[in-house]
Design a protein around this ligand. Structure first.
Ligand SMILES: C[S@@+](CC[C@H](N)C(=O)[O-])C[C@H]1O[C@@H](n2cnc3c(N)ncnc32)[C@H](O)[C@@H]1O
Length: 220
């Protein structure tokens, strides 16, 4: 409750700061990878310590988002959502985001509206039961079947199956060389998910970041 109150009260100041940072990121006619400086500014303006992506992951997400040829799907919204939104503002790239937490969804919705990121399809997608795991309820309105980049930071690890549900539920919508960026791969749960995915889908996996904190998986 206190955190929500603080979030609500600090919204106007945070939104103005984020607006300036996002403007720097979207004003990128030559499609350069965002500088370390701009990434650090975004991380500072965003805060949300404990949930937010690290600097090296953010930069990697930025690099891939700029060059994405098809739809970008994000699971779990936050700093990465604003980064991708800013980088795709002028490119016309389709960007869909699943968020399971209604309070957080509303906060992100307000922020995206304030920042003018109307091209982002932020979907409230509660977690539901599938076979032996829980994952996002896929909206019936989702028609994209050319997802070429997935930024996978949700659902939380406390959810049965964690992030596992991405591949069984969405693989028919992913392009044959789709790139999946998975955060937190220093954790054994995420490593296990990669191992299981690789048993039934050909993919090249590389761990990135000083301690392998995130991984890039490329379907093959
Ligand atoms: C680990 S966060 C990462 C999000 C994003 N990739 C980023 O860079 O910030 C994923 C999930 O955490 C939840 N979350 C993020 N910030 C939160 C907060 N301050 N309080 C509660 N839940 C939060 C949201 O439901 C979100 O889907």
């Amino acid at each position: 409750m206190l955190l929500e109150w603080i979030r609500e009260k600090s919204f106007p100041v945070k939104a103005v700061w984020l607006e300036k940072v996002c403007h720097r990121l979207s004003d990128n006619p030559s499609c350069d990878v965002p500088s370390r400086f701009d990434i650090a500014l975004l991380a500072l303006a965003w805060g949300n310590i404990g949930y937010a992506a690290g600097l090296s992951y953010l930069r990697h997400v930025g690099k891939r988002a700029i060059h994405a040829k098809g739809t970008i799907l994000e699971c779990g919204s936050g700093a990465t959502t604003l980064l991708i939104a800013a980088l795709t503002l002028r490119s016309g790239t389709s960007f869909v985001v699943f968020e399971h937490n209604l309070t957080w969804y509303r906060y992100m919705r307000d922020l995206l509206d304030y920042l003018g990121f109307i091209h982002v399809t932020l979907v409230y997608a509660p977690l539901i039961d599938y076979a032996d795991y829980r994952w996002y309820r896929i909206p019936k309105t989702l028609t994209d079947d050319d997802i070429s980049l997935v930024v996978c930071d949700g659902p939380p690890g406390s959810n049965p199956g964690g992030r596992y549900g991405l591949l069984p539920t969405m693989q028919h919508r992913l392009t044959k060389d789709c790139v999946i960026l998975l955060d937190d791969t220093h954790r054994s749960a995420e490593q296990k998910i990669i191992d299981i995915w690789r048993q039934y889908r050909c993919m090249k996996a590389s761990r990135i970041g000083r301690f392998g904190t995130h991984s890039e998986l490329v379907l093959c």
